[in-house]
Write a protein that binds this ligand. Structure first.
Ligand SMILES: *[C@@H]1O[C@H](CO)[C@@H](O)[C@H](O)[C@H]1NC(C)=O
Ligand SMILES: *[C@@H]1O[C@H](CO)[C@@H](O)[C@H](O)[C@H]1NC(C)=O
Ligand SMILES: *[C@@H]1O[C@H](CO)[C@@H](O)[C@H](O)[C@H]1NC(C)=O
Ligand SMILES: *[C@@H]1O[C@H](CO)[C@@H](O)[C@H](O)[C@H]1NC(C)=O
Ligand SMILES: *[C@@H]1O[C@H](CO)[C@@H](O)[C@H](O)[C@H]1NC(C)=O
Length: 425
């Protein structure tokens, strides 16, 4: 386009109003989205008016006060940020994801001291099976979606499994990453059940479990934390040290790492060793990218009797990484092209899932971040409780359920999940 005098001046004028409004108004209602729950952040709040102040504890630890919404600014519109359920950073993409009427609905109160993890939706029984992860708590939980309101009950498969930390659906079965490695009493008959950390398969139609992996040439895994299953049946799992830190298993003997396990041959092979504490893991829909989070900001410096046996240091690793994935693994190149794609605004990403459109959905403290496949922040869901993991739920996988300390809630919106373990291109 030729720059005429006329469009030059409108261009300059536009630029002027834009930069002034970015400073004067950090937050505003989002056009086309409900004003009661949704707030748009202008230009990622990248220029805050002076003075602004975000509290950081002087010892480097993390505090709930140390967050984006609690940053003190002189801009009165920033009050909207503290109240919003949905914080929108990329309006065009967020509008597609949220749809015209997104809601966050609280479903169940659960005991506040338990991590709630490994949520898996099972289409054949229209139910979610998930885990209450705490010392001496064995049964899992099941939520049935038939009926006008979902109903919740304890769930004990046979043999029972203690300390389920991650789970994925594949071809009618659930695959669990199991953290606990101590003998425990059977919840129904009190007999002693022996278990080491590993991978367990659950058939949700019979409630029967089968151990697929419980050692590495005689050594115990640390505490498999999260798992994904590729369409060819390969299982990828992270093995950090959190099981020991929660006293669910013995002190680590293996480095924290990410593994591929092939049920067809029984072989577990290390595929990634550079992350400090690998945690959440997820596959892109075409299975060409694998995402792994590192919560290495945990420092295992607590005395034996203090649980969890770690403190947090905000300058430590709290990254989301992407890798190219080659299921053939020619020349041993299974995970290649490691790149860091996201640093959370607060804390680090825990459980992570990928939507049908490739968006990355990650649980982080009192919120869920929705990112583009490249790791750009599109929106946040602000929760009232700490979210440990999320899962797409329902016959159309069109609800996102949040599981964490103190509860289960759900978001109704436009973003859909996909049945995992099936590649799509
Ligand atoms: C956090 O880590 C940094 C860098 O390693 C270190 O200087 C600092 O002392 C640590 N803070 C705490 C509270 O451990
Ligand atoms: C934020 O501002 C309020 C009101 O001015 C003040 O009371 C509070 O101490 C400030 N918080 C921090 C962390 O500076
Ligand atoms: C925040 O929410 C509270 C409670 O719903 C309400 O009283 C208050 O007016 C809201 N503040 C803003 C800035 O919207
Ligand atoms: C499996 O467990 C569920 C929930 O406890 C129960 O409703 C179902 O009948 C069980 N299935 C079998 C085959 O025992
Ligand atoms: C850790 O678990 C063992 C049993 O496995 C128990 O004897 C010990 O008291 C527990 N420690 C803490 C700090 O809870």
């Amino acid at each position: 386009m030729m720059l005429t005098r006329h469009n030059l001046s409108t261009h300059a004028l536009h630029f002027l109003t834009f930069s002034v409004s970015a400073i004067a108004q950090l937050a505003a209602p989002c056009p086309g989205l409900p004003t009661a729950s949704t707030v748009c952040i202008n230009r990622h709040a990248s220029v805050m008016p002076y003075p602004f102040f975000r509290f950081h504890p002087s010892d480097g630890s993390l505090s709930p006060e140390d967050s984006f919404p609690r940053t003190n600014t002189t801009d009165p519109t920033f009050a909207l940020v503290r109240n919003a359920t949905f914080l929108v950073f990329d309006h065009a993409r967020a509008a597609d994801i949220l749809g015209p009427d997104p809601i966050l609905e609280h479903l169940f109160d659960l005991p506040p001291g338990f991590v709630h993890e490994a949520p898996v939706y099972v289409p054949s029984i229209n139910s979610v099976i998930f885990s209450a992860l705490a010392q001496d708590v064995v049964p899992q939980l099941i939520i049935n979606l038939d009926g006008p309101r979902p109903t919740i009950a304890n769930y004990t498969p046979e043999p029972p499994v203690y300390g389920v930390n991650g789970g994925r659906y594949h071809d009618g079965k659930i695959y669990w990453a199991v953290s606990a490695g101590v003998p425990f009493p059977h919840p129904e008959d009190g007999s002693t059940v022996l278990q080491t950390p590993g991978i367990v398969e659950l058939d949700p139609t019979t409630n029967a479990t089968r151990t697929l992996l419980n050692n590495y040439y005689g050594a115990q895994f640390n505490s498999p934390d999260d798992v994904v299953v590729a369409s060819n049946g390969d299982i990828f799992f992270t093995d950090p040290w959190y099981g020991w830190s929660g006293n669910l298993t013995a002190a680590p003997v293996l480095p924290a790492a990410t593994w591929r396990f092939r049920p067809a041959t029984g072989q577990a092979q290390i595929v990634e060793s550079s992350l400090v504490q690998p945690n959440g893991i997820a596959l892109s829909p075409d299975e060409k990218t694998i995402y792994i989070t590192d919560t290495g900001l945990t420092e295992f410096d607590m005395p034996e009797h203090v649980l969890p046996r770690f403190s947090l240091n905000s300058t430590g690793p709290r990254y989301l990484y992407a890798f190219d994935l080659d299921l053939e693994g020619k020349g041993g190149r299974v995970l290649t092209e490691k790149r860091v794609v996201f640093l959370a605004a607060e804390f680090g990403t825990d459980g992570v899932h990928v939507a049908a459109d490739g968006s990355i959905v990650g649980a982080i403290r009192e919120r869920v971040d929705v990112l583009s496949p490249e790791g750009e922040l599109i929106l946040q869901i602000r929760s009232t409780f700490v979210v440990n993991n999320v899962q797409f739920v329902g016959p159309d996988l069109d609800e996102l359920w949040l599981f964490g300390y103190g509860g289960v809630s759900r978001v109704k919106w436009n973003l859909k999940g996909r049945l995992e373990g099936r590649a799509s291109s």
